[in-house]
Design a protein around this ligand. Structure first.
Ligand SMILES: Nc1nc2c(ncn2[C@@H]2O[C@H](COP(=O)(O)OP(=O)(O)O)[C@@H](O)[C@H]2O)c(=O)[nH]1
Ligand SMILES: [Mg+2]
Length: 358
């Protein structure tokens, strides 16, 4: 066994018995995530618009998905690997694993039905075959609604970011701003979360890190007025991307959804065809709650894409499949940590590989 293999073997063992902690993982992330500005320079953008060519990309994704890998695929492996024959009982146990991993009832039922049919056609000879087929079926469902965000589709491209409090909107915007900026795009941010002064300040801090301007008003201001000014500024300064941060709560008694509609109206009056994307941010760790939010916001706020954050801290990563499949919405980004490199373009193939790699 080489030193590297030994390291991997012992780490795996220690993780299993709970000796290696999250805190240690976080330290590793900071050590190579580094300072934002530095990261932006070091990472050369790829044609797909991500930092995919950075060494260790896949490893970091795998680390970020570790809990879901253990909670979902780990349990599937314990059930199927080494099994010489698959029967109805196996599928029943599999069904329970899928449901309790937040893949969603609808998607789980569909997956199990497909597996039963394939079992009937003698296509599931053993545990390994079942594992492979399940992986393919999940990938197929993720691919069905997948589409990358194309920010060249508008000029300026207006990205409206919505979602309930604390899900990671501002953080996601900060990461996106730094990324677009590093790709040579001119970016402007609008601090339309006027609920707390700290919200705008948080956005300004992200803006300063990546050299991106922020349009803000004072605490308690009308969010639509901020958006109006930001649209005017985006046009006058000829920016490529305007990203609008919004509140998950409001000062006034106005319904949040009504406020979102008003913001949309202001944007589309100033910039025809905008917003080009209404990105709903949901926290993966909230599991089924994330699904309720997707339902509510999709119906009321015209969501066109999803960013799923905090996958690193949860075993509920199966929610990615449920959100995209049940709402027919593309998952644009996933957050697998707090450093800038931990916001990923969602790639179904890579995601399933990271989860299912033995
Ligand atoms: N571990 C982890 N934390 C995240 C991620 N995205 C956001 N956060 C954290 O979630 C918290 C709330 O984020 P914030 O952007 O302020 O949420 P907002 O209220 O929706 O704007 C902050 O502490 C972020 O650092 C992620 O992908 N992984
Ligand atoms: Mg915020």
């Amino acid at each position: 066994m080489s030193d590297q293999e030994k390291k991997g073997f012992f780490r795996g063992l220690m993780e299993r018995i709970g000796v290696v902690s999250d805190a240690e993982d976080k330290m590793v992330e900071h050590a190579d995530g580094g300072d934002l500005a530095e990261t932006a320079q070091l990472s050369s953008p790829s044609p797909q618009g991500g930092y995919r060519d950075k060494p260790g990309f896949f490893e970091r994704l795998k680390n970020g998905l570790q809990k879901t890998k253990e909670g979902l695929v780990g349990r599937i492996d314990a059930l199927v690997l080494g099994k010489k024959e698959i029967d109805a009982d196996t599928l029943e146990e599999l069904e329970e694993i899928l449901i309790t991993s937040d893949i969603g009832v609808k998607t789980t039922v569909e997956l199990i039905r497909t597996l039963e049919q394939r079992l009937g056609r003698n296509e599931l000879k053993d545990g390994e075959a079942l594992r492979q087929v399940l992986k393919e079926e999940i990938l197929q469902r993720l691919n069905a609604h997948h589409a990358r965000l194309n920010i060249a589709a508008g000029s300026p491209f207006v990205l409206l970011v919505i979602g309930v409090n604390g899900v990671g909107k501002t953080t996601t915007i900060g990461k996106l701003a730094a990324r677009f900026n590093a790709e040579g795009k001119k970016v402007l941010l609008a601090a339309a979360d006027t609920f707390r002064a700290a919200a705008a300040e948080q956005l300004v801090t992200w803006g300063e890190r990546s050299g991106v301007d922020v349009i803000r008003h004072k605490e308690g201001a009308d969010p639509s007025a901020v958006v109006f000014d930001a649209c005017k500024a985006a046009l006058a300064r000829e920016v490529d991307v305007l990203i609008v941060d919004t509140a998950g709560r409001l000062h006034t008694k106005v319904n949040l959804m009504e406020e979102m509609k008003k913001i949309r109206r202001v944007i589309s009056r100033e910039i025809p065809d905008a917003p080009h994307e209404t990105l709903l941010v949901v926290d993966a760790a909230t599991g089924q709650n994330a699904l309720s939010q997707a339902k509510l916001f999709k119906e009321a706020a015209g969501v066109t894409g999803i960013a799923l954050t905090k996958l690193d801290g949860t075993a509920k990563g199966g929610i990615v499949v449920a959100v995209s499949h049940e709402f027919a919405l593309p998952v644009r980004y996933i957050g697998v940590g707090e450093s800038i490199d931990d916001l990923r373009d969602f790639d179904p193939q890579e995601f399933t590989e990271a989860l299912f790699q033995l």
